[in-house]
Design a protein. Structure first.
Length: 96
């Protein structure tokens, strides 16, 4: 097979790959549309009290996660500073 044959074969394979990708995307889009038909942001069978309780629980969880992230950031920062101080002390004692 000459060089042109290899190039044409590759072009054909790339075209087939694009077509397959487009088919998968279209299929996923159709499935996604079917899954979301008739649903909104809030379920219809929740009362206002239940909805408020769920919202409060979500906000509490988000706040707990943010607090955890902040604590870990502070702890890691202090650890890095502590390690830097120890390294400085060790280097200083070795030099003198």
């Amino acid at each position: 097979m000459s060089y042109g044959g290899h190039a044409l074969d590759m072009i054909k394979r790339l075209k087939e790959g694009r077509e397959a990708l487009n088919r998968r995307r279209e299929k996923a889009t159709i499935k996604g549309r079917k899954a979301h038909i008739g649903t909104g942001n809030t379920p219809k069978n929740l009362t206002a009290e239940e909805f408020d309780r769920i919202n409060k629980a979500l906000k509490k969880r988000e706040q707990e996660q943010q607090d955890y992230f902040n604590r870990m950031t502070i702890i890691l920062s202090l650890a890095v500073v502590g390690i830097a101080i120890v390294i400085c002390i060790v280097v200083e004692t070795l030099i003198f």
